[in-house]
Design a protein around this ligand. Sequence first.
Ligand code: ADP
Length: 604
Amino acid sequence: MKEFKAESKRLMELMINSIYTNKEIFLREIISNASDAIDKLHYESLTNKKMKVNKKDFAIIVKVNKEDRTLTVSDNGIGMSKEELEKNLGTIAKSGSFDFKNENKKKENIDIIGQFGVGFYSAFMVASKVEVISKSYGSDEAYSWVSKGIDGYEIKKANKESYGTDIIITIKDEEEYNRYLEDFEIRNLIKKYSDYITYPIKMEEDKKLETINSLIPLWRRNKKEVSEEEYNTFYSDKFFDYEKPLSHLHIKAEGLLEYASLLYIPSHASYDYYSKEYEKGLQLYSNGVLIMEKCGDLLPDYFSFVKGVVDSSDLSLNISREMLQQNRVLKTIASNIEKHVKSELLSMQKNNREDYLKFWESFGLQIKAGIYDNFGMDKEKLEDLLMFYSSKEDKMVTLDEYFQNNQDEKDIYYACGSSVDQIKSLPQVENLIAKNKDILLCTTYLDEFALKAINKYQDKEFKNVCSDNIENETEEEKEELKTLNEKDRDILNLMKEAIDVKEVKFTSRLTNHPVCLSTVGNISVEMEKVMNSMPTNNNINAEKVLEINYQHPIVKKLEELYKNDKEELKKFSKVLYAEARLIEGLPIENPTEITDLICEILVK
Ligand code: ADP
């Protein structure tokens, strides 16, 4: 018996104690090795005309034997000589695949998955013993390599008829490993991890060999040859979503960076999409072999709804294949994908508004969050994707459409609330709509945060019609208002004392309604509501202004009270302020006092 080299021993130890989180991936590693071995033979046969191998015969055969507790993976690839068994399986850092690739660097057409010599050892995560029987192509002798783990290995002469390699894995005799002796489990694992290996992977079914894998992945096929239905079936099979996606993108990049990608924009958010449990990411393949179920680095958070796969031959993988070594390649792919997704969304917005609105309904919140996340770093990238409800158009519009429709306006108007109808009925809004102004009606809690982060669109400022000062009076009206505010300054001050606001003033922005609430400073009423509803932030107070319609009969009444009954004026102030809060959807802090006051006034 020979001992493993020191570094191999250490790695083997790691393997037995599982550095892979999923032990089941051992099968993927063994099958990938088999596929590599066939690749090598295939490649040599292309360059050496004397070799007589038929491409059609290439296959990987997987057999389960419950009685012996063995799982055997056989290939008719290049095989290993005695020296190669020793070199490749006795020493860890020596990866035969890597050597081969380096020697043949200039030659094209080699797809070799493994570049680091560790994959094979992963078998020891599930095996009590591994036997490798191999016959190198063109040789008369076969050899067997056997190991029971850390202690070492033995190489002996063996009998094997044809070239290639059999890997016979004796599965550990413990309950948790029994699944690796179940035919259907093995089939599932092949489907899951090795579906797109380019050689047939066969298993026995009714005494006949049956191919389990799909062979050519959809994303590697020519776009013109793939039907809409195939794209959609692939989506539902792979991502378990039985509603058709809104669109798919099939990307094939060649040149400096080679990769293929198939991406989908779902038509609805999954039940956990907006929860902490949701994990973004794309499936990552290297040459048709799944190496990561969800590669989060491929998608920015704001596009986390995208589903799909990426397959590249330009990725080198580190020891566990679960962590990627060359981030630079991944970053470039990610940034290309981001551009593709964005342009797909813009084209949907332009050419298929109905679908885009469905998208917006499901994922608009995510885009808005993306606008103000990271201190607004990505806002320029995302602002064109935004949609808001236009009061004038009575439908959702983009910022650009609003801009085009309202060229003569100085600012961009918006108002916030819980529904389109509720916002429309706010006194300030009602009044502006009556004057034929176009207002963006914001109904989700993120809208205003996003607009504040954008700050300006094409040099026009966003103005909240409820809090910002929207000047739309005539000079005469302005003058009249100013005089009134000055004349009644004492009345307004007394009212302010009675309630907890920054200011009380007369306004010309209301037509029929007596009062409304506005704010000064950075926090609007809507933002106050949102922030106070969060568990961490409470006691946020917008600086409120009670505005009184200067043409309303209530003004006369207030002036009378100031002369005759200042206490009564204070009571009126409280009721008017409560009214204004109610309209804004704010709670009334002292409801009993207010209802008593109303009653008192009613019975007078
Ligand atoms: P790698 O990442 O290179 O695949 P492995 O530890 O899985 O590392 O395998 C080590 C080496 O053993 C491979 O590079 C290859 O040369 C050889 N090898 C493994 N399996 C086979 C096989 N089925 N046929 C031929 N050679 C194999």
